[in-house]
Ligand binder design. Structure first.
Ligand code: V0V
Length: 144
């Protein structure tokens, strides 16, 4: 049911510094930026120039609060890869199918993700130590 690798998320202490690092060293550009209060993040989606569309993006995640998921990740593990996000066409069906196979989903109901997507997560302990996110893009936003 996975249709694409949507994004790979990196926890960073300072979003503006991380955006500048990825621009200066890898030439990545900002496709989108937003604040997600519920998730406690300020985030940016980066892409390679000229690849707007369905490419895999890099998501930089900076904490709004120390007790947020990213705040805790940074204090425990430091900056680095935090999540792998698979795109799905129906996050509720995907979550139900994985629960059926015995994996723990972090949320009963999908929550709001980047660009009004709907998201849920597989517990990292049930996915080989990887926090796997499932992303159903908003219907009016075909790419992401
Ligand atoms: C924790 N663990 C991880 C992990 N975070 N392992 C791999 N990758 C991660 N990112 C390990 C941790 O080392 C522990 O292992 C164990 O899981 C339990 O961790 P914990 O410290 O007890 O739990 P917390 O309080 O750190 O919570 C971890 C979870 C939390 C995954 C439950 O981060 C969470 O709810 N994440 C989902 C939401 C999220 O990540 N939001 C920010 C991105 P040991 O030590 O017991 O072996 S928002 C986003 O992605 C958006 C908006 C979007 O894409 O649209």
């Amino acid at each position: 049911f996975v249709t694409a690798i949507d994004h790979v998320g990196i926890a960073v202490p300072d979003l503006d510094a991380a955006i500048e690092f990825h621009r200066a060293h890898f030439g990545l550009e900002v496709a989108h930026e937003e604040v997600n209060e519920e998730q406690g993040v300020r985030e940016a989606m980066l892409r390679a120039p000229g690849t707007a569309g369905t490419e895999t993006q890099i998501q930089l995640l900076a904490p709004l609060r120390d007790d947020s998921a990213i705040g805790k990740f940074l204090s425990k593990s430091g900056p680095g890869l935090q999540q792998l996000a698979y795109r799905v066409s129906d996050v509720d069906a995907a979550a139900a199918a994985l629960r059926e196979k015995g994996l723990r989903m972090l949320y009963e109901e999908a929550k709001r993700g980047t660009s009004n997507s709907r998201v849920n997560f597989v517990h990292p302990k049930d996915a080989g130590g990887v926090l796997v996110e499932l992303v159903e893009p908003a219907k009016d936003n075909a790419a992401h």
